[in-house]
Ligand binder design. Structure first.
Ligand SMILES: NC(=O)C1=CN([C@@H]2O[C@H](COP(=O)(O)OP(=O)(O)OC[C@H]3O[C@@H](n4cnc5c(N)ncnc54)[C@H](O)[C@@H]3O)[C@@H](O)[C@H]2O)C=CC1
Ligand SMILES: O=C(O)C(=O)Cc1ccc(O)cc1
Length: 276
């Protein structure tokens, strides 16, 4: 099988490394837009050959879109003439808007996937050898796909060591919102709150583990995350409201010196780590 990857940053570059490591592909092709990316991808030896979209469509059995979620939508028109036997798959963090905007003519070829793994880093240099190893990938609305494409997706994800979970795209977007998109909104908010109050010298001198843990994902790509917040806007708004309720609650308990209730509220939060 020949595999083509569009966008060779953290997710696409790591996918290239994984399929090479497990010798799943006869040849791995890549497509990148900028000269800077092309140079980095070549230096890191992420793919066997960098080609244009036309060649990618001619040569590849599986084409993976590892680009920001709005770019997935805007690049799709270039793939309307893929062969019936070509699988096209995205790795975007949102799923509902994407599946609803795939044209009918290629809907059966299009596998909507979200690997639940990543980091705050981006670009080709961020690619990691074992990013996907032992991690979960969510596949959505598989009833809209032909078997040949579903089987190919299962084969590739299992071969790179992933666990597959199947669900509807709207259900996916709710779970992804609470477990990933809201935490990113909180981390960006925390980073901006602290920087608005503390000078850089104090941050360097005094930042402890907790602050570093909670602000790590505030380093994530604004291009990628603006698109995600846009596509999952409704769920994100609801989750921010619920989070604000908790911030108001802790504020009231502290203001009213209601320390018994505060302790109970904290104990409840502690129990999350019995599950995780
Ligand atoms: N970063 C993470 O931890 C995770 C990201 N995702 C999703 O994976 C996708 C890719 O994210 P990352 O790899 O983290 O981003 P990234 O920024 O590291 O890589 C994306 C690459 O695609 C290139 N690109 C953008 N538009 C392009 C286009 N039209 N044609 C060709 N190349 C293009 C960019 O120059 C960049 O090098 C996004 O949809 C994101 O939501 C999913 C799970 C985890
Ligand atoms: O860096 C982290 O801890 C992440 O949470 C990475 C991440 C980012 C986006 C996703 O859709 C999934 C995972």
């Amino acid at each position: 099988m020949n595999i083509g990857i569009v966008g060779l940053g953290l997710m696409g570059g790591s996918f290239a490394k994984a399929v090479k490591r497990y010798a799943i592909a006869t040849k791995v092709y890549g497509y990148a837009r900028s000269e800077k990316s092309k140079k980095e991808i070549a230096e890191l030896n992420l793919v066997d050959e960098l080609v244009d979209i036309k060649t990618l469509k001619e040569k590849c059995d599986l084409i993976v879109l590892a680009i920001p979620v709005d770019n997935i939508i805007s690049i799709i028109p270039e793939f309307l003439d893929i062969k019936d036997t070509t699988t096209i798959m995205d790795l975007g963090s949102t799923k509902d808007f994407i599946v609803k905007n795939i044209p009918e003519s290629i809907r059966q070829n299009f596998i909507a996937a979200h690997p639940m793994t990543g980091t705050e880093k981006s670009g080709p240099k961020a690619a990691i050898d074992d990013l996907y190893e032992g991690k979960t990938v969510v596949l959505c609305n598989l009833e809209d796909n032909e078997n040949i494409h579903v089987n190919r997706a299962f084969k590739v994800f299992q071969a790179i060591g992933m666990r597959i979970v199947v669900m509807d795209s709207d259900e996916h977007d709710i779970h992804a919102c609470y477990m990933s998109h809201l935490p990113h909104a909180i981390s960006y908010s925390l980073a901006n709150t602290v920087m608005g109050h503390e000078d850089p010298k104090s941050i360097i001198a005094l930042a402890a583990g907790g602050f570093k843990d909670m602000s790590r994902i505030a380093k994530s790509s604004p291009d990628m995350w603006t698109d995600i917040f846009k596509q999952n806007r409704e769920n994100l708004l609801k989750s921010i409201d619920l989070f604000e309720d908790h911030m108001k609650k802790v504020r009231t308990m502290v203001e009213e010196e209601d320390y018994d209730d505060l302790k109970e509220w904290m104990k409840k939060a502690n129990s999350l780590h019995e599950i995780l």
